[in-house]
Design a binder for this molecule. Sequence first.
Ligand SMILES: NC(=O)C1=CN([C@@H]2O[C@H](COP(=O)(O)OP(=O)(O)OC[C@H]3O[C@@H](n4cnc5c(N)ncnc54)[C@H](OP(=O)(O)O)[C@@H]3O)[C@@H](O)[C@H]2O)C=CC1
Ligand SMILES: O=C(O)C(=O)CO
Length: 334
Amino acid sequence: MPICVIAQPIHPIGAQILREAGVEVRQSPGPGLDSLREIIAEADAVIVRDSLPAALMDAAPRLCVIANHGTGTDKIDVSHAESKGIPVVFTPDANVRSVAEHALMLMLATARQAVQADAATRKGHWRFKYEQPLFSLCGKTLGIVGWGRTGRLLCDMAARALDMRVVVWSPSLPADGLPPSGATRVDTLHELLRTSDVVSLHRPLRGDTRHTLDKAALEQMKPGAIVINTSRGGLIDESALADALRDGRIYGAGLDVFETEPLPAGSVVAGLPNVVLTPHVAGSTQEALEATARQCAEQILSVLAGRQPAHLVHPQAWDRRRQPASSNFAERQP
Ligand SMILES: NC(=O)C1=CN([C@@H]2O[C@H](COP(=O)(O)OP(=O)(O)OC[C@H]3O[C@@H](n4cnc5c(N)ncnc54)[C@H](OP(=O)(O)O)[C@@H]3O)[C@@H](O)[C@H]2O)C=CC1
Ligand SMILES: O=C(O)C(=O)CO
């Protein structure tokens, strides 16, 4: 019987699908790498919500598939996995709506200082309404960096629900690649930053996307603009953002992701009053978690049965894969 290790807690549908197909499921005793190290040695498959370093792949001689529970694969050493013949699958369309909704929520919460208003209300600080400038988003310009699944959905939501104007900068976007629904493409990040009241990031973290918003980029933003990040913390130079927030050049920021996670004690952004922070939960609605766990489990079953799964990080590496050690699994599949 093949063994699937689940490294961090996921929606129970994942384990259920695997067990019903004849896979033994072992939950890691804790969410950290030390716990995973204890039980990965016998795994044929692993589902990870956090990182999976090369050393743990080396400690798993039977491992024939890694399922990245999510869209961003930046915490998995994919090249090392593929050099060992271990395909990496991911779940690019399971949490898109959840993330776009979260970005919209952070935009509204930042513009209306919802967290600060909540704290003031609880303290009976009724003068809040005389002291704080709050903003409406209707008619404002939203700049979306990265025209992928979440960027596109957020565009639609902001344009339809809030009547925002949307501009998009995405280097890989073909000139005719925008739907007629109203977003305007700009040719440079500078143009987007210069014209946007809210800038929201929707691109993966890679070498060339790290610090997309660095000190120079932040200085190009409209005075009083808002920054939203639901993608990866490394897309922003956090200490440059903190400086801009501290001196008021940037009105506020809504951040779900951080350069270091969990957010360290004494983080530069955590001490600021004009930020709304969430602990990397944009993709964690129950609906998204269920879809994500389901996609992980189904793809693992495909690989164990010798079938190419729907979402390989690098489909071109499929032909060089390691064969599952558990025999007869394919015959037992529907
Ligand atoms: N906080 C959370 O819980 C979640 C965070 N995320 C993060 O959000 C990011 C964006 O998600 P999503 O919009 O669904 O992703 P998509 O893959 O649909 O789109 C990403 C966009 O980023 C750009 N891009 C740059 N380099 C690459 C690359 N190597 N491969 C693919 N796209 C690239 C592309 O535009 P261009 O090249 O033109 O810039 C693309 O349109 C994810 O990568 C992930 O890191 C995702 C889900 C949940
Ligand atoms: O899907 C992703 O990339 C996530 O970050 C989910 O937590």
